[in-house]
Design a protein around this ligand. Structure first.
Ligand code: HEC
Ligand code: HEC
Ligand code: HEC
Length: 110
């Protein structure tokens, strides 16, 4: 009995996850979010604000491009992982990039 319940529950979970992945996601994901040009349609690569934490080195150069050359090798969404569709204007503001996705510790200014 108990194991049947568990089996049913995992089916529900699987159905929910596939709904999330294919149900809601599919129409918007038709846009190529890994293409920086998609982002530049709406975001100019200039006038970048400094980070909210003054002890954290700034990633984007205010005038465009990156302070650290290696950062330019990534797609926008490698860092802005919370951008999952193009309807993000209400959810994205004030969301922060997690340096620990790639760094062992949050880089600090020298
Ligand atoms: C159809 C237009 C459009 C496209 C395309 C678009 N964005 Fe946005 N984005 C917006 C709007 C509007 C906002 C909210 C206003 C703002 O902060 O600029 C926003 C906000 C953001 C923010 C938060 C800015 C803040 O102030 O904290 C980030 C980060 C971001 N977008 C990244 C991206 C990335 C990465 C891509 C490409 C995958 C992308 N956007 C594509 C319209 C767009
Ligand atoms: C290496 C990580 C990284 C990559 C790659 C990256 N960003 Fe960012 N982005 C950040 C961080 C961190 C901030 C917060 C401000 C800062 O430190 O520059 C930010 C801030 C932003 C903001 C909001 C702040 C502002 O002043 O407008 C937008 C919009 C944005 N990035 C768009 C993009 C787009 C478009 C790309 C792809 C061309 C991109 N980012 C690539 C890390 C990254
Ligand atoms: C998508 C991966 C990725 C993310 C996210 C990321 N970085 Fe980096 N960063 C790199 C790579 C790769 C290098 C070059 C290799 C290295 O030195 O570790 C680098 C190098 C740096 C350097 C040069 C000094 C050093 O430590 O090597 C600084 C400063 C830096 N990153 C700051 C940041 C900050 C601040 C954030 C978060 C706001 C951030 N990075 C997020 C990938 C990333």
């Amino acid at each position: 009995m108990t194991s049947l319940k568990i089996a049913l529950n995992s089916i529900k979970v699987a159905a929910f996850i596939s709904l999330l992945t294919f149900g809601f996601g599919a129409p918007v994901l038709a846009e190529d979010l890994t293409d920086s040009a998609t982002c530049f349609d709406c975001h100019d690569d200039t006038d970048r604000d400094p980070p909210s934490d003054p002890n954290r080195p700034q990633v984007h150069k205010p005038e465009g491009g990156f302070f650290v050359e290696s950062h330019a090798d990534f797609d926008c969404i490698d860092c802005h992982t919370y951008i999952t569709d193009l309807e993000h204007d209400e959810t994205a503001p004030d969301m922060e990039v997690d340096c620990l996705e790639c760094h062992d510790e949050v880089p600090t200014k020298e």
